[in-house]
Design a protein around this ligand. Sequence first.
Ligand code: ZN
Length: 480
Amino acid sequence: MTITPIIGIEAHIELKTKTKMFCGCDASHFHADPNTHTCPVCLGLPGALPVPNKTACEWCIKLGLALGCRVNHSSFFERKNYFYPDLPKGYQISQYLRPFTVDGILDLDGHKIRINRVHLEEDTGKSVHLGGDTLLDFNRSGVPLVEIVSEPDINSPEEAKKYLLKVQQVVRYLGISDADIEKGSMRCEPTINIKIEDGDQTFYTPLVEIKNVASLTGVMTAIQFEIDRQIAQFQEDKIVKNSTNKTTRGWDAEKQQTFLQREKEGSADYRYFPEPDIPPIEFTANDVEAVKSTLPEMPDQKIKRYINDFGLSDYDSNLICESIDSSEAFEYGISVFSTEKENIKKFANLYINGLKEHLNKENKEIEKEKINPEQVFKVIKMASGNVVSSSVAKNLIVQSYEFGVDVENYAKENNLIQVSDTIVIEEMAKKVITDNPKAVADYRKKPLSVGFLVGQLMKASKGSANPTLAKEILEKLLSQ
Ligand SMILES: [Zn+2]
């Protein structure tokens, strides 16, 4: 019996436009006093007319293009009818038959996930549950929301996570949303069923959509729970009827399980029809070209260029291109020696193992302006000429970044210039041997443990001793 999970993901991204999708209200709603960013349009009052936000339409197309989609030259909005307290009009303006963009691809390390569509709609209001009461806040009502619908090409919870991180990365590169899952500016609804091949028979379990998952870990756990539940259900029933309608299940983060919300729901239930108050929207080939020309270099292209032009590893390139800020800071750092592969590689190493590691510890984001390319170049030259050790070089990069020091002066003033004078190192080695009798005894039994003593010597010299010489001299003294 072969079991294959079939997973598709609908991801919603709130665009960070200044104003809402169909009115001039302020679209920022996090931490705003309830119901202060509203007007007759986003409150759904009778007679109020929606006017589409041009920037939101362009950003949706930008994202579609970045995900390899094609733009429909003529699109229209539709009304998706359903009743819910946070939807004052009784319908959501969305896109159904003719979305802005369709048929894209997202490459996950060679596994191509097809994108069905990237379309634009409006967000709903928010229900706030207080004690036994439910209050409504319409600040979020009408905020532009892009929906990215994948085909069911994802096969595991881990792959779902990878997919979402990649979507998030692309969105952030474009600067159209902060796409924060925990904050709610990115939301996702996985759709799952299982393909079961048993001999020459193939079964599909009924399709389930999971709602209310509010974290990346939650998405993975919810998908795994649903995979296990559906397989267990199949083993109990043995027979599965094919059904095109899907069941909606909610995710209970506390109990770590999904629960039934609505059964058998199809698009017909929403009675979609074209929005009569908004004329069809046309995009000419020129319009599309104009949007395309504003696309930045995307992560996949950047990584490829780093590997081909700079000779960096796939792993290092991925780390550097994690965010657009990180890659821009890196490229700024190498701007004075951008044609020298060897130096670029050296900086990549200092950047990842020195600067990024330091920032990770401090829990800070990189700031491009704090990088000084001239100082970076000096550090590389000093390290290449063995003027400073590699560990001192990492420290110098951080000092230049945090305090704007001149790295040459700093190294001299702090006695960080690499000591290759054998007499000086021998003095230090003798002291290390006297101070560490236990480590010396260990060394006699296990010569490989010399590393500890070298470490002590490096520490005593504040990283300035030439480590190769330090090891040689220690070994020489210990063998006497
Ligand atoms: Zn409004």
